[in-house]
Design a protein around this ligand. Structure first.
Ligand code: ATR
Length: 299
């Protein structure tokens, strides 16, 4: 546990979400503050939909240095802010707020965190082909980030086709990448060819997440291969059935803890102006995750 020395000059950061009880972010950020000797603290705040406006007003009133915004507030928070970064505007969601003298700016570090995570695996985005499964909030951040990072073509599959097509249209217009939408059923047909041809495949739906460990997107067998990077944003369990299939085909795999880590590192840098101690944060994240699962495998 971080060695907290709270005093009159301690700067407060935290996370607003509902639910927020199981967040791993306090462990990650408090360890990082302690490692750099920064007089900051990071706290969880359970903020309901009805309380969001008052909570944002409290950031100004209490001089809170910055907060992360998580489910279900990432989109609803936009109207309360003074300024929105370009990434957050294009993604349409904010996960990090910085308070500069009462002026609140909204950022989105989910997209940049995803890019930092895949670059850690040595993945080169420029000119690559990508497949994204899902078309919700996480998929939006991933697709916009990939498009802006020079990916040539993004193929999106989603259970609700309409969401896939509107995301594809948005990404093409906002980033200049080619983007095409398919229904979930087409994963078994056109999906096979798209996945085989892709350098990166990102699974952004909740399929395979506890307690649905036995589920996975209906991709045909034998389509993953060496040279690909397959990312599943799920991290509980750490290896989903989808990642197991990818690894069996020889692909490199990464779970959602990497994006969680790097979105946190990017937020840390916005709040403190210091380079994030990524290895300290990774260790804190892993230790807390492992300890929590030893205590209660259902979390
Ligand atoms: P997040 O912010 O985590 O992306 P979200 O915006 O609610 O959450 O999006 C959830 C994604 O998971 C969506 O793509 C959703 O598909 P729909 O758009 O059809 O709802 C997908 N999803 C959730 N449960 C699913 C399931 N059982 N099968 C297939 N896709 C599923």
């Amino acid at each position: 546990m971080a060695d907290l020395r709270i005093n009159g000059e301690t700067r407060v950061t935290g996370i607003f979400g509902d639910p927020v009880a199981h967040t791993l972010s306090p462990a990650m950020h408090n360890s990082a503050f302690a490692a750099l000797g920064l007089n900051f603290v990071y706290l969880p705040f359970h903020v309901t939909k009805d309380g969001l406006g008052a909570a944002i007003a409290a950031v100004r009133a209490l001089g809170i240095a910055g907060v992360n915004i998580t489910v279900p507030h990432k989109e609803d928070v936009l109207p309360y802010l003074d300024e929105i970064s370009e990434d957050a505007r294009i993604i349409g969601a904010v996960n990090t707020i910085v308070n500069r003298g009462g002026r609140l700016t909204g950022y989105n570090t989910d997209g940049s965190g995803f890019l930092r995570a895949i670059r850690e695996e040595g993945f080169e985005t420029r000119g690559a082909d990508a497949v994204v499964l899902g078309a919700g909030g996480a998929a939006r951040a991933v697709c916009v980030a990939l498009g802006k990072a020079g990916v040539r073509r993004i193929t999106i599959f989603n259970r609700t086709y309409r969401r896939a097509s509107s995301l594809a249209e948005h990404v093409a217009k906002a980033t200049g990448a080619e983007a095409e939408a398919f229904s979930w059923e087409e994963l078994e047909t056109s999906g096979a060819a798209a996945i085989r041809a892709a350098g990166i495949v990102a699974q952004t739906t909740s399929l395979g997440m506890h307690p649905q460990e036995n589920e996975k997107p209906p991709v045909p067998g034998g389509i993953f291969h060496k040279g690909q990077l397959v990312v599943d944003l799920v991290y509980n369990p750490p290896q989903t059935g989808f990642l197991r299939a990818a690894a069996a085909g020889g692909a490199a795999t990464q779970n959602g803890l990497a994006m969680l880590l790097h979105q946190g590192a990017a937020a840390f840098e916005l709040w403190t102006g210091r380079e994030a101690p990524v290895e300290i944060m990774r260790q804190a994240l892993m230790d807390t995750f492992v300890r929590r699962h030893a205590d209660n495998p259902h979390l």
